[in-house]
Design a protein around this ligand. Structure first.
Ligand SMILES: [Zn+2]
Ligand SMILES: [Zn+2]
Ligand SMILES: [Zn+2]
Ligand SMILES: [Zn+2]
Length: 382
């Protein structure tokens, strides 16, 4: 194929002499060098026309915050699609080959050698939290005094919350808050209690909750729990005032927090919420949420929720996922989010003709993320 193309370049009249089949090959060459030029610098998709690449860039929100293959630098929307790229079922052969010898199957990083992979894996795989939990639980009973006097707890700006529910209503399908746990960044329990629901429980869901009627009979009333949690999260600031990422209000980490906050009956500003069920890099390629059980297994390397579910175990898993995502080492750029006022309509502010003159790399340079990457919490944005 290369030979035909070279000949055609030096002697344009040759086209006429070539048999039809070969001319077909040559047309293909021309087209493929064109699509090569119109190749997205992030996801490597190829387009026949530059305007199609520009359209793609307007809507794809590629950025330095996307999970990326350490080998070919391809950007992926989620770690799951990066996993497919590296492991399969239909991986990129060159990348899969290198990954299989020195890639970490948890964080998907590529290490220098097999030996450094071994050392890395020892730190990347997290220990199960249950043993510690059991020893805590022995003298735990309930920590319902909101241990804000605890010197380690008081300073924490980031807390994980998990709620467990029992069933109410005639068919037991209504979720009623029955148990709640709040932990700090260092896996200490800040608050843990059973909660007395406001309406009768019709299904204790014992197999997964382990909750018996006597645990709830004299438990803390829902209203009191609401007030304690809300006060603790807001940390002295009224809810309506929490508009910026900074400020005293605490960052709330959890999995499916909409549901938890709903059961709890409180509202908390989205700007302070870090939900492992909704963070795009941790979602499925289908853009649905992964279960916390799956995420713990795939990214932390241990199993949770094997029998009766413990809210402390869930808090620890979500917090570990959060801190892992926060420690991602992404390039620092001005105005990292597409919706930042300075970026408003970044692509619209350029003329179409100007955009079409840019290289794929230049187009990527002006593209920004459409979600708040948690690495920014570690860079002073929170
Ligand atoms: Zn792309
Ligand atoms: Zn980032
Ligand atoms: Zn790759
Ligand atoms: Zn790793």
């Amino acid at each position: 194929m290369a030979r035909y193309a070279a000949t055609a370049k030096t002697n344009s009249s040759i086209t006429k002499q070539l048999p039809v089949g070969n001319r077909h090959i040559m047309d293909y060459r021309v087209e493929s060098s064109e699509t090569q030029r119109n190749k997205c610098a992030a996801c490597f998709r190829q387009f026949n026309k530059i305007e199609h690449l520009v359209d793609h860039m307007r809507t794809s929100f590629h950025s330095v915050h996307e999970p990326m293959c350490d080998i070919c630098r391809k950007h992926c929307r989620s770690f799951e699609s990066l996993r497919e790229h590296l492991i399969g079922p239909l991986p990129k052969v060159e990348c899969a080959k290198i990954f299989s010898t020195r890639g970490c199957n948890l964080c998907l990083a590529i290490l220098d050698s097999h030996n450094s992979l071994r050392i890395h894996w020892g730190t990347c795989q997290q220990p199960h939290s249950t043993n510690e939990l059991l020893s805590r639980m022995e003298n735990l009973g309930v920590y319902d005094d909101m241990r804000t006097d605890n010197s380690r707890g008081r300073g924490t700006q980031i807390v994980a919350l998990t709620c467990k529910t029992v069933g109410g209503g005639s068919d037991g399908s209504m979720d009623l808050l029955a148990r709640i746990c709040l932990t700090d960044e260092y896996e200490n329990i800040i608050f843990h209690t059973f909660v007395k629901p406001q309406i009768p429980v019709t299904n204790y869901r014992y197999e997964t909750t382990g909750i018996r009627p006597e645990y709830l009979r004299d438990a803390m009333p829902l209203r009191q729990v609401q007030r304690k949690i809300q006060d603790y999260l807001c940390n002295g600031e009224p809810v309506w005032k929490i508009r910026s990422r900074g400020g005293k209000a605490r960052i709330l980490v959890g999995h499916g927090l909409d549901h938890d906050l709903d059961c709890l009956g409180i509202e908390y500003p989205a700007i302070k919420i870090r939900d492992t069920a909704k963070y795009p890099p941790l979602m499925k390629t289908s853009k649905l949420s992964n279960s916390l059980k799956y995420l713990a297994q795939a990214y932390l390397g241990y199993e949770i929720q094997t029998g009766m579910q413990d809210p402390y175990e869930d808090c620890v898993a979500t917090m570990r996922l959060y801190t892992r995502m926060r420690s991602q080492n992404h390039k620092i750029e001005d105005h990292p989010i597409a919706s930042d006022p300075q970026n408003r309509n970044n692509f619209a502010s350029w003329r179409q003709s100007e955009l079409e003159r840019m290289t794929p790399e230049e187009l990527l340079e002006i593209s920004r993320s459409d979600y708040y990457c948690w690495c920014l919490d570690g860079k002073g944005y929170a």
